[in-house]
Design a protein around this ligand. Structure first.
Ligand code: SF4
Ligand code: SF4
Length: 475
């Protein structure tokens, strides 16, 4: 028998394999300021969205705040409209329209929303502008951060953080004024007496504005935003994306101004790195389309300026499509491929939903009626051989004028409502009234019989609404 004695030597465990850290240390991105056509578009969007956001709560309509999503009253005031919880249908359609708009515009031109209108982009742009005004452009900021703390550095940093905090608090205050009347909030400012929830939401929204736009910036887009992850399913080879024209740009390399690239066996890219320096997410678009690219087009503006200086044609980095780059298409072919089955279907659904929304708003009834039979009081026989049922009638006046409503009942011969048949309802108000309704006893109708309550505004009988319910005849 062949036996092997076990080794008595101690076994040295192999060294653990080298592992990559799961968390990369963030390299701070020092974004270089850029000007140009797309920067102008971004700033136009900043102005439009912020004038609307900060300005709307200050507008008045019919003596009240024009846009107010009044959570306490559970009513949404939007200019001439007053929406009730029962109007959730409009909110649902609006959300579906927003989703389809996102699909539609993303299929056509990629991350337009991210690059130009997303609050994260807009506030980061504002915060970066403040930073540049106070600390200077990229090189000055890098130098300042490397320098030791001094009274000057402290003052500059305090001015920057203080300005960011002021913008954030104002943003939080404005946000809350969409849900709680601005006039009440302004009174609270004067008396320093905010309600706990108002204060919480001002600090919460303001705090996150500061954190996302001032501190986290590109990390929100890279690691937190789900849209960046699923947008690729909305892209196809004909979607416009920001692209580096590799065939034209490579091989890259430095050369003197005005030198013909072919004469130095190079492409048009002079490898200046400015497209990377202006990128708010710190990526190099020359490495191809990356999910970190938010489509802000800052690299297009930067590279166009370099091309101008080198006296080369613009568009080394440009909006193009995968197909256009591969097949060498010009603008005409790219535009022709905007209309393809996917975009036509999204566009068609979008038009239909938008029309349904507008039609729904235009044909919205200015009153709502609910009728409930009072189940606690049984149908009973009263004088004159009549049967009496009791109902709760609820009338909602959706207009902004107080109105008197007239009501009646039909469905059984001789049915009548006892007492006053008129009800005054406040502007955008709701009132309920208990009604005794009587009908002559009919042995053929024992059990439940269908009846209708009819309600109309006294000043406009044509707006009559009928609400169905049942009338009980006892055995
Ligand atoms: S800005 Fe243009 S030329 Fe400069 S590195 Fe980027 S792609 Fe090349
Ligand atoms: S790669 Fe260009 S478009 Fe994309 S985020 Fe950077 S600068 Fe903006």
């Amino acid at each position: 028998m062949n036996s092997t004695a076990p080794s008595t030597q101690p076994v040295t465990p192999p060294p653990p394999p080298e592992q990559d850290s799961l968390y990369a240390v963030r390299q701070k991105v020092y974004v270089r300021a850029v000007t140009g056509l797309f920067a102008n578009w971004r700033w136009a969007l900043v102005w439009i969205t912020q004038i609307l956001f900060y300005g709307l709560p200050w507008l008045s309509w019919n003596g009240r705040q024009a846009v107010l999503l009044h959570l306490v009253e559970r009513k949404f005031y939007i200019f001439g409209w007053v929406f009730w919880p029962q109007d959730v249908f409009f909110l649902a359609i609006l959300l579906i329209i927003s989703a389809y708009s996102l699909f539609f515009f993303t299929a056509i031109a990629g991350r337009l929303w991210c690059g130009y209108a997303c609050p994260q982009t807009v506030y980061t742009e504002i915060f970066m502008w403040v930073e540049q005004k106070i600390e200077g452009d990229r090189n000055k900021r890098m130098k300042l951060d490397k320098s030791p703390m001094s009274p000057r550095k402290f003052a500059i940093k305090a001015a920057k953080y203080g300005s960011w905090a002021a913008i954030s608090i104002w943003t939080g205050f404005t946000f809350v004024s969409y849900f709680s009347p601005l006039s009440d909030l302004l009174r609270s400012v004067q008396t320093l007496s905010f309600g706990p929830w108002e204060l919480f939401w001002i600090l919460f929204y303001g705090g996150f504005t500061y954190l996302f736009a001032g501190v986290m910036r590109e990390q929100v887009c890279k690691y937190m935003c789900p849209y960046a992850r699923f947008q690729s399913v909305m892209f196809d080879p004909d979607t416009l994306v920001i692209t580096y024209d590799e065939a034209r740009g490579e091989p890259r390399g430095a050369r003197k101004k005005g030198v013909e690239p072919k004469s130095v066996s190079k492409g048009d890219c002079v490898d200046c790195g400015i497209c990377v320096q202006v990128c708010p997410t710190g990526i190099d678009i020359r490495d191809g389309l990356q999910y970190e690219c938010i489509g802000c087009a800052a690299c297009i503006d930067a590279c166009d300026q370099v091309m101008d200086k080198m006296e080369y044609p613009r568009g080394l980095i440009r909006y193009s499509t995968e197909n256009a780059i591969k097949k060498g298409w010009g603008t005409k072919e790219v535009v022709a491929h905007v209309f393809r089955p996917r975009t036509l279907i999204y566009g068609f659904v979008l038009v239909v939903l938008s029309l349904a929304f507008v039609w729904g708003l235009a044909s919205r009834e200015p009153l709502r009626v609910d009728v409930m039979r009072d189940r606690s009081s049984l149908a009973r026989e009263v004088e004159g051989g009549m049967i009496e049922n009791v109902y709760e009638l609820q009338i909602m006046n959706m207009t902004e004028q107080p109105r008197t409503f007239v009501f009646g009942a039909r469905g059984i011969d001789g049915i009548a409502i006892e007492g006053d048949k008129r009800l005054q309802v406040d502007a955008a108000g709701m009132r309920s009234v208990t009604l005794k309704v009587r009908a002559p006893y009919d042995p053929d109708k024992v059990g439940a019989t269908e009846v209708f309550f009819e309600v109309y505004p006294e000043d406009k009988p044509s707006l009559k609404l009928s609400e169905k319910t049942t009338f009980l005849f006892p055995r």
